[in-house]
Design a protein around this ligand. Structure first.
Ligand code: SF4
Length: 456
């Protein structure tokens, strides 16, 4: 159990506001159906019913969902908190709010167990690291479930603990206490724990600059895990020269390199580096190119992007920032504004609907009729593996006290997103991971709050 003081340190409430997104009648609710064999055994009967529905219109899908979810809410509603990320496709964001849940970015999601001690069951429709972040901060009487454990973040999938840990050990062997880990929110609890253990911190896309600046002021060599694009964008923001950045390959390639060490001609570059970037990235945010920006500028659009986009794109945009920043930036624009947004496609589509009601025109940055450049509003496909039958099944099985253990999320869990296989730590190791990861999260909040007045 975490000490009360540790929990109070993270209680800085930024209440989640309703998104304002509404379900339009007669508009299909859901993304492309998943094949039946993509559902875990316990969920298959629900999926069969769903797949047999004649269409995906709200008038058809909602009564089917209601028939299960209302009964579940009646029994567990006062203890339950339903959560979804803005990037969820299949209109899950609309459904989750309809059933009293909340939509948020990963940072806001992570704090919900702490902010709502009266809630005991958290059901999340988003990727696994986000559910694990809630679990890291949850109390012993709170349970966290993910509607589909195979829903992973591709960036995190290229930075699993077993890939990064040997590299960290190798780097620590070379640089000792000089090395500090800054772990992006899009990492597993095991990597957040590495940050805690090394005296480092977690960061989000909105506070990464403050965290890297803090580490740099301490004169530490920073191992930034992941992502390489956010890392480069932050390096530019805080003034780290490009020749002081070393890119360590992501995925299995990076892990293998630590067994051999980087080739000798690279070692001098590594020794000079202030910032070592773990080379994983987001497939959704790396589709954007300077040509997309040029296309929309020529048509009178402003451009805002997420900092997981490549640096040459961020450099050309009017502004860059987190999911919450982009949402607010666009909806605060004056009526008549035209803005192209470079981030996940489902989010942009929902934002476009909201902005349209305020007279603001929104385009997806990569939605251009140029050969080889159109991406059809690329969405986060892995996150969208949480579809209506997953939500229905999860809630119905919890209601019947039959929730599958595979959907329960505990600190330190490592899931193979292809097979669904999970490695769970023993209680002692889990407690250690949770303690170190919480330390890194608390440091992030302290540093962010301390930096806040200076930015005003
Ligand atoms: S959009 Fe990219 S970074 Fe975000 S969850 Fe999906 S894969 Fe991960």
């Amino acid at each position: 159990m975490e000490p009360p003081a540790a929990r109070s340190a993270i209680e800085i409430d930024r209440t989640i506001r309703p998104s304002g997104i509404v379900i339009q009648p007669d508009i299909p609710l859901c993304q492309t159906d998943l094949p039946l064999d993509w559902y875990q055994e316990e969920f298959k009967s629900y999926a069969e019913e769903y797949l047999a529905l004649p269409d995906r219109k709200p008038e058809t899908v909602l009564p089917w969902m209601d028939s299960y979810i209302h009964a579940a809410l009646e029994k567990i509603g006062s203890e339950l908190m339903l959560l979804a990320h803005y990037y969820m496709g299949g209109e899950i964001v609309k459904l989750v709010e309809r059933y009293g849940g909340h939509i948020a970015d990963s940072y806001q999601l992570a704090r919900q167990a702490v902010l709502h001690p009266e809630r005991k069951i958290f059901v999340e429709s988003a990727v696994h690291f986000m559910a694990e972040a809630i679990a890291l901060l949850a109390g012993p009487d709170q349970q966290v479930y993910i509607t589909n454990p195979k829903s992973g973040c591709t960036m995190e999938m290229m930075a699993k603990g077993f890939m990064v840990e040997p590299v960290f050990e190798w780097l620590q062997g070379r640089y000792g206490d000089d090395l500090v880990v800054v772990a992006y929110m899009n990492t597993s609890g095991r990597l957040k724990a590495l940050a805690g253990q090394s005296g480092g911190a977690v960061c989000t896309s909105s506070n990464a600059g403050a965290i890297v600046r803090w580490a740099r002021e301490k004169g530490r060599r920073i191992f930034f895990v992941p992502d390489e694009h956010l890392g480069r964008n932050v390096a530019a923001q805080v003034g780290i020269p490009t020749d002081r950045i070393f890119l360590w390959p992501g995925g299995h390639e990076g892990a293998e390199l630590s067994a051999e060490s980087p080739p000798s001609q690279k070692l001098s570059e590594l020794d000079r580096a202030e910032l070592i970037l773990w080379g994983s990235f987001c497939g959704v945010h790396t589709v954007f190119k300077p040509e997309h920006i040029a296309y929309w500028r020529e048509r009178g659009y402003g451009v805002v992007v997420h900092p997981e986009c490549p640096k040459e794109v961020v450099d050309l945009a009017d502004a860059s920032g987190s999911t919450s920043f982009l949402w607010k930036h666009v909806l605060d624009a004056s009526s008549g504004s035209r803005i192209a947004v470079g981030t996940e496609g489902h989010f942009v589509r929902n934002l476009r609907e909201q902005a349209g009601q305020r007279g603001i025109t929104v385009a997806h940055l990569a939605d251009v009729p140029l050969p080889g450049l159109g991406s059809q509003e690329c969405g986060c496909a892995t996150m969208s593996r949480n579809d209506p039958p997953h939500l229905v099944a999860m809630l119905d099985l919890i209601h019947k006290d039959q929730a599958p253990d595979l959907n329960r999320v505990l600190p330190g869990d490592m899931v193979d997103e292809v097979s669904g296989w999970r490695e769970r730590l023993d209680p002692e190791s889990r407690a250690e991971v949770a303690a170190q990861a919480r330390l890194a999260l608390e440091r992030m909040i302290e540093i962010t709050e301390a930096a806040r007045p200076a930015r005003r």
